[in-house]
Write a protein that binds this ligand. Structure first.
Ligand code: NAD
Length: 241
């Protein structure tokens, strides 16, 4: 029960890995605010997870973040944990990707995570405690063909995490990034099996395998860990980084 009495926000929490993180945090005592744009799925999950609430949160919008923080503080209490998990992918190489898709990926994956920290970190600093986990990707440590926008966004999340960890130095607030490989979610199911067939652990990962790392980093178990990058990729990137 590492999160007894604590409050967490999970973005993109209506399905996939975000739903797994919300369930995992709640199972260890957290009151969780699930934020997403998928209202039907998010509300259904919040009814099922003890102590959870759902809020419509479009991570690309500052007013939406203000509303989500207000909802968390009013309904659940001051925020101890932020999991910036919401993300999208549009495949396309540098010649094919439309500028609109490139901008949209950066807006959701990178700017969305920035806005989350920009909104939530001041309160954490004031209280002298808190943990942020930013969800990057194995694609935040390597490149892959046909993923120019996604790769750019996830390298951005990794770099931003380190800068934010330094900005929070000495405050009691920690910021880390996680880097999943191919994981069995609606997004991961769209990946080619070639991507994981030759890994040292030759299968897709399960959302719960990422959740265990997210919970470690969000908890006091990781009290001496900030600005770090943590792979959960079945060894996919060994040999290339
Ligand atoms: P998913 O598509 O199942 O879930 C993503 C969630 O984000 C959805 O519920 C979606 O509605 C939400 N979302 C999208 N745009 C949003 C917005 N503007 N505001 C709020 N919520 C929004 O995908 P997933 O696999 O669970 O992905 C979770 C995170 O993990 C993403 O950041 C993704 O890039 C990353 N990731 C996934 C994999 C994989 O193989 N599945 C691998 C590495 C990293």
């Amino acid at each position: 029960m590492r999160f007894q009495g604590k409050v967490a926000i999970v973005t993109g929490g209506a399905r996939g890995m975000g739903a797994s993180h919300a369930r995992g945090l709640a199972a260890e005592g957290a009151r969780v605010l699930i934020g997403d744009v998928l209202d039907t799925e998010g509300k259904a999950l919040a009814e099922e997870v003890p102590g959870a609430r759902y809020v419509h949160l479009d991570v690309t919008r500052e007013d939406s973040w203000q509303h989500a923080l207000h909802t968390a503080e009013e309904a659940l209490g001051p925020v101890d944990v932020l999991v910036n998990n919401a993300g999208i992918v549009h495949f396309g190489g540098v010649e094919e990707q439309s500028p609109e898709h490139f901008r949209r990926i950066l807006d959701v994956n990178l700017v969305g995570s920035f806005l989350g920290m920009h909104t939530v970190l001041p309160g954490m600093r004031d209280r002298g405690r808190g943990a942020v986990v930013n969800v990057s990707s194995a694609a935040g440590l390597v490149g892959f063909a046909g993923g120019v926008g996604y790769v750019a966004s996830k390298w951005g999340v990794r770099g931003m995490t380190k800068a934010a960890a330094l900005d929070m130095a000495g405050s009691g607030v920690r910021v880390n990034s996680v880097h999943p490989g191919v994981i069995r979610t609606p997004m991961g199911e769209s990946a080619s099996p070639d991507l994981f067939a030759h890994q040292p652990v030759p299968r897709m990962g399960e959302p719960e395998e990422v959740t265990r790392m997210v919970l470690f980093l969000a908890s006091d178990d990781a009290s001496f860990t900030t600005g770090g990058e943590f792979l959960i990729d079945g060894g996919q990137t060994i040999g290339v980084i």
